[in-house]
Design a binder for this molecule. Structure first.
Ligand code: SF4
Length: 487
């Protein structure tokens, strides 16, 4: 069975998950992040195209070129190769982004990353990725003399056409690999052995003893005996407590023994599950809501993030606000709606102009997970400073409706989450995201991005705009409805 670099990275994060993917692909859940991952892959290709411009005489090897074909090409007079592929006798496969043949017969590997930094953390270590590439080449008999990583320059600001050598940084990491190389070789061998195992323990996986943030979409496959309303749903429960409870076979919240050491918020959540009811601190909510100044502007942005900046003035990975919905509630009970959806990739000058006309510098702005909207406002101040006063007003008068659900309103049916998609159906069952064509922010960004940049976009533009507007409108209407229930 072949082991690619992507497989290896997945193995480092979780051996069981890659085993399942390789050995039982039908049982492997792709999960809700697949659209997001597809976008990352597309972005990777885009960065690669700019990186190739740094190497004028490179020759492109066909995507399905065999390692034999690659070997033949290496024997020609060319010195730069794009996407050459290699496979070791044990089936470890690598496609090198850019490979340079040096005068002394050695080779220089260039690995392209669409991040703005070289990651060296436990979850993802770019140095391990390049060790993997180096290992495959060396196993195939090539001498790797140099290794470099090409990644995005955080400081780059687009002005007109992209300038590749300003957009990208090249960092040589040859020496840094020395300390890591033998460890990675051992890990590669272990990965090959693991994915080729005929059987592994499929009754449970190690995440049974870890907090929810570690779980992947295969958690249910490996841990079929975990009940509904499980201990993993308890907000911020520590890994130590999860281990303690699992070891005593208390995986259901209702089985948590009385007096088990949990903080107040966690205890409230447990009580809510045990009593199958919501636990509401009415005076605290009343006090919080009484401080809001009318008119109340329920606001939500949708944003488009791209590795390579698409608009002048922007830097890599910055988010462009392309849509807004605002429901404004006036003191007399009037509810007015404003919406704006961009028609092309451009700074939201028109949006802010119209928004400001609609809301003025009055009242309280209400969002769900306010740090997001506040962060986007700060970015927009940099790009469109003429709106500094307005955006500063918004940020100074921003209230996060989600905060109420951190401790003053707890309901077991939220399943330990306070995302609006979990809270809305419990408080306002008549509203649902389920019937919408656009289901979440990632889908919105993907749909809008394709609609405004892809010349081959073959969906109905009028209908697509309606779908995007309906999704964003529901986000702010949902906040208004939740506010009404709280009142
Ligand atoms: S739930 Fe955790 S241990 Fe289990 S397969 Fe997923 S990542 Fe691996």
């Amino acid at each position: 069975m072949q082991l690619t670099k992507t497989d290896f990275i997945q193995y480092l994060n979780c051996p069981e998950s890659i085993w399942l993917f390789k050995n039982k692909p039908d049982e492997y859940t792709k999960g809700e992040f697949s659209l997001f991952l597809e976008k990352l892959i597309k972005e990777g290709y885009e960065v690669e195209e700019y990186a190739k411009q740094l190497f004028k005489k490179g020759i492109e090897l066909p995507e399905n070129a065999t390692p034999e074909y690659t070997k033949k090409q290496l024997g020609t007079d060319s010195t730069i190769f794009f996407q050459p592929s290699f496979v070791t006798r044990k089936g470890v496969f690598a496609r090198i982004d850019i490979l340079e043949k040096l005068d002394d017969g050695g080779y220089h590997i260039y690995e392209i990353k669409s991040s703005t930094s070289i990651k060296k953390d436990k979850k993802h270590n770019h140095l391990k990725d390049v060790c993997f590439q180096k290992y495959v080449l060396q196993e195939c008999g090539l001498k790797v003399a140099k290794v470099s990583i090409i990644n995005l320059n955080k400081e780059y600001i687009r002005q007109g056409d992209i300038i590749s050598n300003e957009l990208l940084n090249i960092t040589e990491v040859t020496e840094e690999l020395d300390n890591l190389y033998s460890t990675v070789v051992n890990e590669i061998n272990a990965a090959v052995n693991f994915i080729n195992k005929e059987k592994i323990n499929q009754e449970e996986c190690s995440c049974k003893y870890k907090t929810r943030s570690n779980h992947c979409d295969s958690f249910k496959y490996f841990n079929k005996d975990i009940p509904e309303y499980a201990i993993y749903e308890i907000g911020r429960i520590s890994a130590k407590k999860v281990v303690e409870l699992v070891e005593h076979n208390h995986t259901a919240i209702i089985d948590i023994p009385l007096g088990f050491d949990l903080n107040i918020k966690q205890q409230v959540q447990v009580e809510s599950v045990k009593q199958e009811t919501s636990i509401i601190n009415k005076p605290a909510i009343e006090n919080t809501l009484s401080k809001l100044k009318f008119p109340l502007h329920f606001v939500d942005y949708e944003t488009y993030a791209s590795a390579v900046p698409k608009v002048n003035g922007m830097s890599p990975h910055k988010h462009l606000v392309f849509q807004v919905s605002i429901h404004t509630l006036h003191k007399n009970g009037d509810l007015k709606h404003f919406e704006w959806l961009g028609k092309k990739m451009e700074l939201p000058l028109e949006m802010l102009t119209k928004m400001q006309e609609f809301t003025g510098l009055t009242g309280t702005f209400i969002s769900w997970n306010a740090p997001f909207e506040i962060g986007k406002n700060k970015d927009m101040i940099d790009w469109l400073p003429q709106f500094t006063n307005y955006l500063n007003y918004m940020n100074a008068n921003m209230f996060d409706l989600m905060n109420i659900f951190k401790e003053d309103y707890v309901d077991y049916r939220f399943r330990g989450s306070i995302s609006i998609k979990k809270v809305l159906p419990v408080l306002c069952p008549q509203f649902s995201y389920q019937d919408l064509e656009v289901q979440d922010g990632t889908m919105a960004l993907d749909t809008w991005g394709r609609m405004v940049t892809d010349h081959n976009f073959n969906e109905d533009v009028v209908q697509t705009r309606k779908n995007l507007l309906a999704y964003c409108e529901l986000d702010t209407l949902a906040m208004f409805e939740i506010y009404k229930v709280l009142k």
